[in-house]
Ligand binder design. Structure first.
Ligand SMILES: *Cc1c(COP(=O)(O)O)cnc(C)c1O
Length: 348
């Protein structure tokens, strides 16, 4: 076999490594003991993330799994129930943490690519009767990873939040790729729109290590009293860090430099999706709202074997299900690599 003339890593947007400029900021970090809230970079990062969404306070954590699980632990008590979509990361990909760490049960909704409606929430809240688990939290995901980077319709999202609150439920957002969703809506530089968006939630989890290109880190934002409780949960979960300003400095750099450019990832994802439709093994793709492309394959095509074949031809990607393959675009991709991948997919 001839060696491919290009290689592109489309496995995930978590594969990005810190750039020289980002490393420069990390190098200059002052740092301090964050368990004592004395790390200036962490304090600054938490403040910026909170203010962006009109929240009072923030908490820097090692991972998005931890920020989600801390939020669930604070919003629920053992034996209570969390409402979320069946595609949600908190349910599928966090090691059963809802049951294990919070002792809570889950009510799964069957939404549209991860998005559900206010009436879904209304009809899945348990009655206030001691036979039932007490429903206490609704969790949304914007963008929804397993939904192919799908974004919510803002009016539906507002309605879900309003109805959930009327029912006495807390509302959490898994915003691992929230900046992708905001860029797709064109509101990422509109402070008022961001505050209005944040007002729908009691807590938001934000990942810096996905599209924003940081080596590690997530931030949880919410009210002062919520974050005070989250601080205790973070300690219990073993996530209290010391001079982690070295990584928070990467986060501040990313907020300033890597949000606007997400639209490039989105345009590239669309190009890849269109090119892949020319491939004889591809039937269709999910709607491409952001930086994730999910390709559905012809009957009988083995997704694992096809993704391995594409890998040998320079396109590194994963199977997403038995008959689908996922691409995720990110800041290490170049135009030449995208051209190469589109050419390969559409001329096979
Ligand atoms: C990646 C991701 C997370 C968090 O993952 P970590 O690897 O723990 O940082 C949470 N939610 C969604 C939707 C994700 O894609």
């Amino acid at each position: 076999m001839t060696k491919p003339t290009f290689t592109i890593d489309l496995r995930s947007d978590t594969v990005t490594r810190p750039t020289a400029k980002m490393r420069g900021c990390m190098h200059k970090a002052v740092t301090g003991d964050d368990v004592f809230a004395e790390d200036p970079e962490i304090n600054e990062l938490q403040k910026r993330c909170a203010e962006m969404f009109g929240m009072e306070d923030g908490l820097f954590c090692p991972s998005g799994t931890m920020t989600n699980q801390i939020a669930i632990a604070v919003h629920t008590s053992p034996g209570e129930e969390v409402i979320c979509d069946k595609l949600s990361h908190i349910y599928n990909y966090e090691g059963g943490g809802i049951a294990r760490l919070s002792g809570a049960s889950v009510r799964l909704l069957h939404g549209d690519l991860g998005r559900f409606t206010a009436s879904d929430v209304r009809s899945n809240v348990n009655p206030l009767d001691s036979h039932y688990a007490k429903t206490s939290l609704v969790s949304l995901e914007d963008t929804c990873n397993k939904g192919g980077g799908s974004i919510w319709d803002l009016s539906e999202l507002r309605e879900v939040s309003k109805v959930s609150r009327e029912l006495g439920l807390a509302v959490h957002l898994d915003g691992a790729r929230l900046w992708n969703a905001l860029v797709a809506r064109g509101i990422h530089n509109d402070a008022k729109a961001l505050h209005a968006y944040g007002a729908n939630f009691d807590s938001i989890s934000l990942c810096l290590s996905k599209g924003l290109g940081c080596p590690v880190g997530s931030v949880l934002v919410g009210s002062k009293s919520f974050i005070a409780q989250a601080h205790r949960a973070r300690k219990v979960f073993g996530g209290g860090m010391r001079q982690a300003g070295i990584v928070a400095a990467a986060g501040i750099y990313a907020l300033e430099n890597n949000i606007d450019r997400l639209e490039v990832d989105h345009a590239r994802a669309k190009r890849l999706g269109e090119a892949a439709l020319h491939h004889p093994s591809v039937i269709s793709h999910y709607p491409i709202d952001t930086n994730i492309v999910i390709l559905e394959l012809q009957k009988g095509v083995d997704a694992d074997a096809l993704s391995a074949e594409w890998g040998r031809n320079g396109i590194e990607c994963f199977q997403f299900g038995p008959s689908s393959i996922r691409f995720v675009t990110h800041l290490e991709n170049t135009d030449d690599q995208i051209d190469g991948a589109c050419h390969y997919l559409s001329n096979i």
